[in-house]
Design a protein around this ligand. Structure first.
Ligand SMILES: NC(=O)c1ccc[n+]([C@@H]2O[C@H](COP(=O)([O-])OP(=O)(O)OC[C@H]3O[C@@H](n4cnc5c(N)ncnc54)[C@H](O)[C@@H]3O)[C@@H](O)[C@H]2O)c1
Length: 305
């Protein structure tokens, strides 16, 4: 199985996870349209793919607006003749608690992640349908979108929204043979480098040393390259029947996330009145759901501050 003859677009692929995805897709034979807001980063990414013997070209433009989505698809078609694979990876953070989050913090994150995913997928899927290409749409979520996280209102909204859109697209694109999946990655990148909990893992990665097993195994936290294999797999013919899924990956760990389902169902004839609920809610629904990710305590030798 190979991606030879296929053409991929990877947004935000100048560095970090996106760069690893673009390199792995190229390694497996795909020609890649690299995208980033930073020109030098994008040029370096193209050079790194060419050094691997792959084919790549760069589009320097911010994901979010429809014009960028059009430019990405047009460049893929003009340069390599088609589009088979889209990975919507571009992302930024503007973390702060709800009561300090500005309109701009909210809009910036929603624009790049949620709107950027929507505009790029709309453009690529329209092209794939019109050209009868059984394409692959791979969108990037986050554990924060699945579970919530302190200080990430904007990011949680965007990432949960992305998984919601993927479920819808899996339904809408099924007849055209186009798959749509979400990948929920965890890796040492600029985005996670400042999280104190991961400091020992990031430190090892920066020194080129293997990350401690606690991170790779127990937390599913590894390098960007650890995530890239799943992207190439989902892009391949081997994954033709995998659609509508949210798949977690990082370090040595692979996970399939559930989609929300009702976990308790109870009935009250004539409906649930205020009185019915004040007396019967707890019994009717049982144990409440938890929120947030649970991290185990760091072993002492891996504590850094
Ligand atoms: N690192 C993790 O553990 C982790 C976990 C969950 C989700 N993610 C997601 O993975 C994706 C990549 O994250 P990363 O950790 O590699 O981050 P990163 O900051 O290292 O890389 C993001 C890249 O996107 C580019 N970018 C930012 N805004 C852009 C825009 N409007 N248009 C085009 N490019 C833009 C940046 O210049 C950068 O090169 C993001 O969507 C992020 O939310 C990362």
């Amino acid at each position: 199985m190979t991606l030879e003859g296929k053409v991929a677009i990877v947004t935000g692929s100048g560095r970090g996870l996106g760069l690893a995805y673009a390199q792995e897709l190229a390694r497996q034979g795909a020609a890649v349209v690299v995208n980033d807001v930073d020109e030098a980063t994008a040029a370096d990414a193209v050079a790194s793919i060419e050094a691997l013997g792959g084919r790549a070209t760069a589009v320097v433009a911010p994901v979010g607006p429809t014009e960028t989505a059009k430019q990405l698809v047009q460049t893929a078609v003009d340069t390599y003749g088609r589009v088979d694979i889209l990975v919507t990876n571009a992302g930024v953070l503007r973390d702060t608690v709800l009561w300090k989050m500005s309109d701009d913090d909210f809009d910036t994150v929603i624009n790049v992640h949620l709107r950027g995913t929507f505009t790029c997928v709309r453009e690529a899927a329209t092209y794939m349908r019109a050209n009868e290409i059984p394409g692959r749409i791979i969108c990037i979520g986050s554990p924060t979108g699945q579970r919530g996280n302190f200080g990430q209102t904007n990011y949680a909204a965007a990432k949960a929204g992305i998984v919601g859109m993927v479920r819808t697209w899996a339904l809408e694109l099924k007849k055209a043979g186009i798959t749509a999946n979400a990948v929920i990655p965890v890796a040492a990148t600029a985005m996670t480098a400042t999280v104190p909990y991961f400091a020992a893992a990031v430190e090892a990665d920066e020194k080129g040393e293997p990350m401690p097993a606690f991170f790779r195994h127990d937390l599913g936290f590894g390098t960007s390259d650890d995530v890239a294999g799943l992207i190439a797999y989902l892009a391949s013919d081997a994954a033709a029947s995998v659609t509508g899924q949210a798949i977690g990956i990082g370090g040595d760990r692979l996970q399939l996330w559930s989609h929300p389902e009702a976990v308790a169902t109870a009935y009250s004839d004539g409906g649930w009145s205020y009185d019915d609920l004040t007396t019967g809610f707890e019994e009717a629904v049982g144990t409440l759901q938890t929120v947030g990710e649970k991290f185990p305590p760091l072993p002492e030798d891996l504590q850094r501050s």
